[in-house]
Ligand binder design. Sequence first.
Ligand SMILES: Cc1ncc(COP(=O)(O)O)c(C=O)c1O
Length: 359
Amino acid sequence: MALPNQHGGNVLDMALKLGVDETSIVDFSANINPLGMPASLKRALAAHWSLAERYPDPLYRRLHDRLAAHHQCPASWILAGNGATELIYDLAFLLRGKTVLLPTPGFAEYRLALKGMDCRVEDFPLTESDDFSPDHRLPAALRPGIDALFLCTPNNPTGQLIATDLLLAIARRCRELAITLVVDEAFMDFIPDGVSVINRLGDFPNLFVLRSLTKFYAIPGLRLGYMLGSDTQAMARLRERRPPWTINAFAALAGEVVLDDLEYQRDAMRWLQEQQTYLYGGLSALPALKVWRPAANYIFFRCQRRALDLQAALLQKGLLIRSCANYPGLSGDYYRVAIKGGADNRRLLEALGEVLNYG
Ligand SMILES: Cc1ncc(COP(=O)(O)O)c(C=O)c1O
């Protein structure tokens, strides 16, 4: 059976198509911190192998307490999941049969989860002429009959942050109209001084915030995310319908350990500041590309050479970038690349220079 390939990071798929070993491909298509998982977590995992021999606490009390302390909110406002993805499906369950507005382009999993719960999805188009940034037209588009709105800040794949004033205006409008507002902050940890709406949850019982630990802490294979909401009844309903133990013991341990690793967090921000400037500068210097300024650890661009399949051309050089052809609202001219370590980023710029016949 062919699996739908909705995401980046599917290196095996590409390697099988090319008939090469997957380790020979440098993956720019998944936005994962290249520092790898924190050393503190590796040590904790090695010291706690025996966790695999017991069932995890089905309530994950230690994990929820740690996350609650981190965000200075009650533990009843938090629900951890097997990656933020599991929580997107939980939210879709809460919204089953409802009408949901999705800014488009956006993360594919919202649409898939909502459609699976018989929701009616309406698109709110984000366009290149507006730099793919929502503006005052978004709160104005909210009306009775819309039950929920999903926002992602910074947005994936476009990388644009939603201005805090606008986000709060949207949250107020949603509260007025009893619209459920989901704000996905999966990449917020990458933003220095990133302003989260988490500290406004008390004002907005209609607001749910999604967080992922898989990207910043480089644990997509371990899987851990969480959701916050001050509507404790809704949170309790989601908690109760959960199959038990969907978070494995090592992922739960990760959540208890990584938030304390300040050194890793500092190193990651140092890497990102340096390499974001380097890669954004290098890509912007290529006249064939129109590049959007990144907020987080990935860069979105359009290739202005119409006939050129950049993903295929770079794959020949062992580099996998994310084609955005399968995003509703985008075409095959748009691409997204993860910001990686210096040597890989240099290799990407050199390969692009060759493919585009510069220098
Ligand atoms: C915007 C966004 N939200 C949520 C997720 C899900 O993250 P995870 O399930 O790995 O925590 C992703 C993964 O790519 C994402 O890009």
